[in-house]
Design a binder for this molecule. Structure first.
Ligand code: FRU
Length: 453
């Protein structure tokens, strides 16, 4: 099947019938956003995916403007999808976002007669009925909970909580978290789970202003660690932290595997930055699925370990010295997993150029004294006026481990075993395969590279 159409947020990331299912915001008829469907893919190892037929189309009165983002759950009745049905209010003609339900067997999905099961009218007066979307559902004991993005009476972002015993009859519980008028505006795509002794709220705030190197302008994806009081249904949160420091990352969603791993996947593009080369018939990518853990009060993300099953043709250099510019025999390619460990050195800047040729490169610069990691895709073949540089703050130690996972059109850099990730899309012609290391002083490194097949 030839890939085609538009894709944005991951939806319904869940385990059903022993397989991992991923749905996504999908418009099959163009490379632009249009009335949203749910595309559907299945995998057994989170690396190889199999396309299934689209699960939802905007074909009912209550979702005729689109089947927006949502989540999924395995139940005795089947595979349950909770999504936002977008429609127009008959009287006012204004847009309305309500939460709807569909059930399937892993391949066919049917909307139920009860849709919508949650309407904006169930919330206090003043809460937006227009921005009320992206339900995340989970089960605790016998009770189901659902969190959705919303705006309060002043237009500020918040996430609202509902509960139900049967997935059809829902009760409004309250506001679980609020942006305090300062963390962006609308909070899209909430997710909420317990991990390594903490409670974690993820959301994607729109319209943020840049803050230091932590947040960039526009649509960000952030997490809050905190603690959830189940009785009071209150979440006490710490400060927001960026989930990714690259150029393309938005609307992440997680699921829990039967072996207990919490896995995150995100849309590897965003609303303002998406561009594709002329003639490309598809638009939209997902990040690699990542295993989450909390280490020293920080959320770590590591590529799923299943990727290692696809490692091939290992090339390894131990204690190699880099002074000036250097390339290594066998260290090149565009579908590869390679790690550079800086063991020691005296330098100000250590650079790794990937997807390089005479004409192209995408540059990652570790500025040791400033403690900054920078990604720069200016020379990756971009022909649009989009953001190409982003910097992230890290500590100034020279012992740094950089793991780059490159797919044909993307680079995901995992710093220090997942302490920080930078995900960036590049549409560089595939013949640009070189990897160059440049050091303005001297550095001793270990390099390990695998092709991914
Ligand atoms: C996030 C988002 C969601 C919405 C969907 C529409 O990227 O704006 O809030 O449900 O995309 O496609």
């Amino acid at each position: 099947m030839i890939a085609g159409g538009w894709m944005n947020d991951p939806n319904g990331f869940s385990v059903y019938g022993g397989k991992v299912h991923l749905f996504y915001q999908y418009y099959p008829y163009d490379t632009k956003w249009g009335p949203m469907h749910w595309g559907h893919q299945v995998t057994e190892d989170m690396v190889h995916w199999q396309e299934c037929k689209a699960a939802l189309a905007p074909d009912e009165e209550y979702d005729k403007e689109g089947c927006f983002s949502g989540s999924a759950l395995e139940t005795e009745e089947g595979h349950v999808l909770l999504y936002t049905g977008v429609t127009k209010d008959k009287k006012s003609g204004q847009e309305r976002q309500n939460q709807c339900i569909a059930i399937g067997d892993g391949s066919e999905y049917k909307k139920t007669a009860d849709c919508p099961v949650i309407t904006g009218e169930m919330m206090p007066q003043g809460f937006s009925r227009v921005d009320f979307r992206d339900p995340k559902v989970w089960k605790e004991g016998d009770c189901y909970y659902l969190l959705a993005g919303n705006r309060d009476e002043s237009g500020n972002g918040q996430v609202v909580l509902f509960s139900s015993m049967d997935l059809y009859n829902w009760r409004y519980e309250g506001v679980l978290a609020h942006n305090g008028g300062v963390i962006g505006s609308m909070w899209e795509c909430p997710d909420f789970f317990a991990l390594d002794g903490a409670d974690v709220l993820i959301c994607s705030p729109q319209d943020m202003k840049a803050q230091g190197y932590e947040f960039h302008n526009g649509n960000n994806a952030v997490y809050f660690l905190g603690s959830y009081d189940k009785e009071q249904k209150l979440f006490t949160k710490e400060k927001p932290v960026s989930l990714d420091y690259g150029l393309d990352f938005y609307a992440p969603q997680t699921t829990c595997l039967p072996d207990g791993r919490r896995i995150l996947i995100a849309w590897m593009h965003s609303w303002d930055d998406s561009f594709i080369p002329k003639g490309q018939r598809w638009k939209g990518m997902m990040t690699l699925p990542r295993e989450l853990s909390i280490v020293d009060g920080r959320l770590f993300q590591r590529p799923v370990r299943e990727l290692e099953r696809y490692w091939k043709n290992n090339v390894c250099y131990k204690k190699a010295r880099i002074e000036g510019e250097r390339q290594f025999e066998g260290v090149s390619g565009r579908t590869i997993d390679f790690t550079v460990k800086i063991l020691s050195g005296s330098f100000r800047e250590f650079v790794v150029d990937v997807a390089g040729s005479d004409e192209y490169f995408t540059r990652f610069t570790f500025q040791k004294e400033k403690g900054i990691m920078e990604v720069d895709r200016t020379y990756s073949g971009v022909t649009k006026d989009i953001v190409c540089i982003r910097r992230a703050k890290m500590d100034g130690s020279e012992r740094v481990k950089l793991r780059f996972i490159m797919d044909k059109n993307s680079v995901e850099l995992f710093v220090n075993d997942g302490e920080m990730v930078l995900s960036t899309v590049i549409y560089t012609p595939l013949k640009a395969q070189e990897i160059r290391f440049i050091c303005d002083g001297s550095a001793l490194v270990d390099i390990e590279k695998y092709e991914i097949e």
